[in-house]
Design a binder for this molecule. Structure first.
Ligand SMILES: C[S@@+](CC[C@H](N)C(=O)[O-])C[C@H]1O[C@@H](n2cnc3c(N)ncnc32)[C@H](O)[C@@H]1O
Length: 216
């Protein structure tokens, strides 16, 4: 997905990834973390998804906010212009989600960000880029941020390889599992970014996710 491909291939990969997220319970860690959001805060709350892909996580968050009666403004950021197009095609207009083509490493929002989330983006970044992103989120995000990514484990790589995914998703998935994280990676990256360790949770979520969360 990081290489060149047609719009159709990219969109099909994102649809296949949505199935991965759905079948392997990928939204659950982020939605559970959002449940810890203190009530009675200023609304609408601006929630930004970095590396939003086909937009499925923000659609889930829109549903979560509606069920909880929380007013939200949702923005998806993705480097690949095909992502904004694919996300807009798959998202009902009435959800009012804004899709922006931008680099998460350099994104400067027009409006303050209350919450930043990401799903399966971090393993696309180099260590120093993750450290810079952590620093920037610490400096700019008002309420909290949550990184939902893969845990590096031999069994998850082998299990993923058994399912007949879209060929690009299959190839990228296997590469991604090798570039995924262990808990000690996050301890090192958080320390390099001067994020107070006691303020952060690093949690394993079965199957295959390792998530880093921070409420301020
Ligand atoms: C593996 S996909 C994950 C998509 C979606 N978040 C999900 O969970 O299915 C990674 C996405 O991150 C995007 N991406 C990669 N590097 C990025 C960057 N530096 N800034 C913004 N988006 C980026 C890719 O274009 C792709 O859509």
């Amino acid at each position: 997905m990081d290489g060149d491909c047609s719009y159709k291939d990219f969109r099909d990969c994102l649809r296949s990834l949505e199935k991965v997220n759905r079948w392997l319970l990928g939204y659950r860690p982020t939605l559970t973390w959002l449940e810890r959001l203190p009530r009675g805060l200023r609304e609408p709350m601006h929630i930004v998804d970095l590396g939003s892909g086909g937009g499925d996580l923000l659609r889930q968050i829109a549903g979560w906010a509606r069920r909880r009666g929380i007013a939200v403004q949702l923005t998806g950021i993705d480097l690949n212009p095909y992502a904004a197009r694919a996300a807009a095609e798959s998202t009902p207009k009435e959800l009012g989600i804004t899709w922006v083509t931008a680099d998460a490493r350099a994104y400067r929002p027009e409006k303050p960000m209350d919450i930043v989330v990401s799903s399966l983006l971090a393993h696309h970044l180099e260590d120093e880029e993750i450290v810079a992103l952590l620093r920037r989120m610490e400096a700019t995000v008002q309420l909290g941020w949550f990184i939902n990514d893969l845990e590096r484990a031999e069994w998850s790589c082998r299990t993923f390889g058994l399912v007949p995914w879209h060929p690009i998703v299959r190839h990228d998935g296997l590469v991604s599992f090798r570039r995924a994280f262990r808990k000690e990676d996050w301890v090192r990256l958080l320390s390099a970014a001067d994020v107070p360790r006691e303020a952060v949770t690093v949690e394993r979520w079965r199957p295959g996710r390792l998530c880093v969360g921070r409420w301020k």
